[in-house]
Ligand binder design. Structure first.
Ligand code: FES
Ligand SMILES: [Fe+2]
Length: 373
């Protein structure tokens, strides 16, 4: 595949991925190993884990991870397996530990930093030292109020990884924003179809008549067009202030939004599981989770300032409901894509000039999938 790394033009030659990338279980397993267990993965907002001892568990690829706030208020993450005989420790998807984490099989007990603090009858085992059996840690860090995990053995620091994006958000206080609403969607398509759909607006005129009134599908500019982060902005049409049913601001613009940014929405995909959309007055983000070769789960959240959330004055539903409608339009067409792509008559076809980011996504994805280290 060859294409010029420019914003909106690329040479002929970039084609859609072949069928097996959407249908072959072995490729999904390879994606788990090569992509989802190696990269920083966005798992939510730090405010999702509010108090000390609060925990959530979630699956990443074939692994299950406990994320918690320890007794010092620090975020920690561990593989959800006991160091005795490997039993999964927490069955719940969320809850609160008092002061420790106990495996219900034989009672091995860990503190909230993962140290083994109790192991019944192991004191008679020669050379057994509790210090040698902590819970296996998972790298955890925060970026702009988002929690990221990395299950590789030696992850690069997150700041270094997300640096190109950080510059685009540094003038805003996104870390202070709170989740006003989260909607979960179960979608019958491969996770990559969701990314590919997000990376173009070629489909907007037909699929999103409401959105197309707000901005023109050609009225934008990409500013990250290769590598793990892809995207740019769409320019809002005159008479429209934001993306909402009314076309008006659902609340005042965020501090730091000024000049051109008052009339723009920025869309970035963050490989491999996050989509972040910056509007003048709110942030929407999605996390995308493969749950099978032809199924994914998507969490979509809308972030507003605390003042807006606490005030009764603002119509945040105007924006949330608009994107819920638009999301569903996107998921439906992605499900139809999945159905078509699995046909024996599907073959890779050329991308249009409006789909340069998809070619860039595919190139980066294939590089990661086939990376040797
Ligand atoms: S497997 Fe956990 S205490 Fe035995
Ligand atoms: Fe769309």
């Amino acid at each position: 595949m060859t294409f010029k790394k420019t914003a909106d033009t690329f040479e002929a030659g970039a084609h859609t991925l072949s069928r097996e990338y959407y249908t072959d279980i072995d490729i999904l397993e390879k994606e788990y190993q090569q992509i989802f267990l190696k990269n920083w993965i966005c798992v939510g907002r730090s405010t999702d884990i509010s108090e000390n001892g609060h925990f959530v568990t979630l699956n990443i690829a074939n692994e299950n991870v406990i994320i918690l706030k320890d007794d010092l208020g620090k975020l920690q993450a561990f593989y959800n397996i006991c160091r005795h005989r490997g039993t999964r420790i927490c069955e719940e998807t969320e809850g609160k530990f008092s002061k420790s984490i106990q495996c219900n099989y034989h009672g091995w007990t860990y503190d909230l930093q993962g140290h083994l603090i109790g192991a019944p009858h192991m004191d008679v085992v020669k050379n057994f030292k509790k210090d040698n059996f902590p819970l296996h840690p998972v790298a955890i860090d925060e970026w702009n109020g988002f929690i990221f995990l990395n299950l590789s053995e030696q992850p690069k620091p997150i700041d270094q990884t997300l640096d190109p994006l950080t510059k685009r958000f540094s003038h805003l206080q996104i870390n202070h924003l709170l989740v006003k609403e989260q909607i979960t969607y179960d979608v019958n398509c491969n996770w990559k179809l969701v990314f590919q759909n997000y990376c173009e607006c070629y489909h907007c005129p037909l699929l999103h008549p409401e959105l197309s009134k707000i901005y023109h599908y050609m009225g934008g500019q990409n500013d990250l067009y290769s590598g793990p982060f892809l995207g740019g902005y769409n320019q809002l049409n005159e008479d429209f202030e934001s993306v909402s049913h009314s076309g008006k601001f659902s609340c005042p613009p965020l501090d730091g939004i000024k000049d051109d940014d008052l009339n723009r929405v920025y869309f970035y995909s963050v490989f491999p599981n996050m989509l972040i959309s910056l509007h003048p007055e709110y942030v929407m983000y999605h996390t995308v989770w493969p749950v099978g070769i032809d199924k994914c789960r998507i969490f979509c959240s809308w972030l507003f300032t605390e003042d807006v959330i606490n005030s009764k004055k603002h119509n945040t539903k105007d924006a949330i409901d608009f994107w819920d409608l638009t999301n569903k339009q996107d998921w439906h067409i992605s499900e139809l894509s999945q159905l078509g792509v699995k046909s024996r008559k599907y073959f890779p076809s050329p991308y249009s000039g409006q789909e340069s980011l998809l070619a860039a996504f595919d190139e980066y994805y294939l590089g990661e999938l086939n990376a040797s280290a």
